[in-house]
Unconditional design. Structure first.
Length: 287
């Protein structure tokens, strides 16, 4: 097979009479080929950019970044604090650094390198725009459309957590599950592994924890439906929230391994947790 030269490539796209002229001017032919190549280059660069799966239907505001506070909080040039909706990055203790949670500094340093002061960003709001501390709640995107929440979750620098705004909770949960499975970032650290009921101790009381086990029964009592895990851990679903859990409650959960998350409390010699949102219950054996 003979090598293909510039003229033979051009012959695929140009009419015959023009080719006759180009044979007299090989340098012109080469320049045309180069111009074709340069024209295609921007398309290839654009296609290689990361694609966000949790895309907002619209952007509500364009803002300028002042600096990164930690893995889930930003300060804007107008002085506002922005809390990234739907994720929770490990806490950083600035007064006593040794008390910071594992991967808190790593998450903050990553976001500081990923963004830069003066960078323009887009904000997209959910149902609630401010948290109890007056921080602006938003999904945050770069001008190229990269979703910061996805970025932090996919690299294992944050966990999903729903407070009230939950437009993207299922999409963000899927991103987290991949990072979990691949043990990226904080998911490789023992402090972030779900505990069994038998591993719980007094230190876990009134703290947000993840607990794994098998659903062994149900019980309706008062204003809650209780899922019983390993015969001794009770997960309460409030009656007013039943409809949110339709996808879960329609399944035959008996003998199903699950991971539950929430604030734990110990009452009547039982570990208990109230689940007000389906993001707090995940099937271990996913389809």
């Amino acid at each position: 097979m003979q090598p293909i030269n510039a003229l033979s490539v051009v012959s695929l796209v140009l009419p015959r009479d023009m080719l006759l002229k180009l044979r007299l001017f090989p340098l012109v032919a080469m320049s045309i080929l180069v111009s074709f190549t340069l024209a295609a280059a921007p398309l290839e660069a654009k296609a290689s950019k990361p694609i966000s799966h949790c895309m907002a239907p619209k952007y509500d505001e364009q803002v300028e970044l002042e600096y990164v506070n930690d893995g889930d909080t930003l300060t804007l040039s107008d002085g506002r604090l922005v809390r990234l909706i739907g994720i929770d990055s490990p806490e950083v203790d600035f007064q006593y650094p040794e008390l910071s949670e594992p991967y808190g500094d790593e998450a903050r340093h990553f976001l500081q390198k990923y963004l830069h002061p003066g960078q323009e960003l887009y904000l997209s709001f959910d149902q609630k725009k401010l948290d109890p501390f007056g921080r602006t709640l938003a999904y945050v995107y770069t001008l190229e459309g990269e979703h910061l929440q996805e970025t932090m979750l996919s690299r294992g620098f944050a966990k999903t957590r729903v407070y009230q705004n939950d437009y993207f909770w299922q999409c963000l949960n899927d991103v987290e599950l991949i990072a979990r499975d691949k043990k990226r970032g904080l998911w490789s650290h023992p402090d972030y592994q779900a505990k069994t009921v038998g591993e719980l101790s007094r230190e876990d009381r009134n703290r947000w924890r993840e607990v794994k086990g098998v659903i062994t029964g149900y019980e309706r009592k008062g204003q809650h439906l209780w899922l019983i895990m390993d015969n001794k851990f009770y997960i309460g679903i409030p009656r007013e929230d039943y409809s949110k859990f339709s996808n879960i409650l329609n399944l035959n959960l008996l003998e199903t391994p699950v991971i539950v998350r929430g604030s734990l409390y110990y009452s009547y010699k039982k570990w208990q947790l109230i689940s007000s949102h389906p993001s707090q219950i995940s099937l271990q054996n996913r389809p």
